[in-house]
Design a protein around this ligand. Structure first.
Ligand code: PGA
Length: 253
């Protein structure tokens, strides 16, 4: 797999206008002092997308949305469409995060519909998969991942020339301070990659598999030393610019 890595900041429901301005007042000077080799994507709340566009448009940093609705337009009060996201200069969108699966009841069909729409509108999807602690403890990790990957692969089959990012995020590692072990990450990433490679139509240069769950700058080098890992999806640690800059400057050893 490629040597440059992809680091994605998932800010979740954090940060307002003034926070974003002060964040980049710290982050950008630090970033500009480095010779960046990795790709970096920020996923702020919807309300900050136009502002982040203004702040980042002259940089090679990217941004995107944490969610959207798959219908093109119409009577869907409270929803945001793919075109609205594109208007903000977003190039990525997160789909099927476990918090959306859990709190907003997003199921495989909804996730497949969103994936289809993202590909159709040329937005790069970052689609999340991962098992709960109970599922891992009862030895169901691979079957859960296979089930979650089924609608993803079925949809992707129609868009094989497009880029896709799959984020492996064990639910028990998200926001808990507990990382999956290097061995667990290697196994799950290899398994997800094998599901792609089993498809005769797959072009693996369009596929990235990133790890998420309690990432910090100390653990990142070991995780990205695995060649089945293409980067990380970072929640809590991405809210601290001094910490996130260390993460995004990690070089694969
Ligand atoms: P975390 O979140 O880094 O705070 O565990 C990761 C995520 O949910 O994307």
């Amino acid at each position: 797999m490629e040597n440059n890595l992809l680091f994605i900041a998932n800010w979740k429901m954090n940060n307002a206008y003034a926070d974003l301005v002060s964040y980049f007042n710290i982050f950008l000077p630090l970033y500009n002092q480095t010779k960046p080799v990795n790709d970096v994507v920020f996923l702020p709340p919807f309300t900050l997308l136009y502002l982040i566009k203004e702040i980042l448009k002259a940089t090679n940093l990217k941004w995107g949305a944490q969610n959207f609705y798959y219908e093109s337009k119409g009577a869907f009060t409270g929803e945001i469409s793919a075109l609205m996201i594109k208007d903000t200069g977003s190039t990525y969108v997160l789909i099927g995060h476990s918090e959306r699966r859990k709190y907003f009841k997003e199921n495989s069909q909804i996730i497949a519909n969103k994936l289809h729409k993202a590909f159709s509108e040329n937005i790069i999807p970052i689609v999340c998969v991962g098992e709960t602690l109970e599922e891992r403890k009862s030895g169901k990790t691979f079957s859960v991942l296979a089930n979650q990957m089924k609608p993803i692969l079925k949809t992707y089959q129609n868009f094989i020339n497009k880029e896709i990012v799959v984020a492996y995020e064990p639910v028990w590692a998200i926001g808990t301070g507990v990382n999956a072990t290097i061995e667990e990450i290697k196994e799950s990433h290899s398994f997800i990659l094998s599901l792609f490679l089993k498809q005769s139509w797959v072009n693996d240069s369009n596929i990235k598999i990133v790890y998420g769950g309690s990432i910090d700058s100390k653990i990142t080098p070991a995780i990205v030393s695995l060649d089945v890992v293409n980067g990380c999806l970072v929640g809590g640690a991405s809210l601290k610019p001094e910490e996130f800059i260390k993460i995004v400057n990690t070089i694969r050893s």
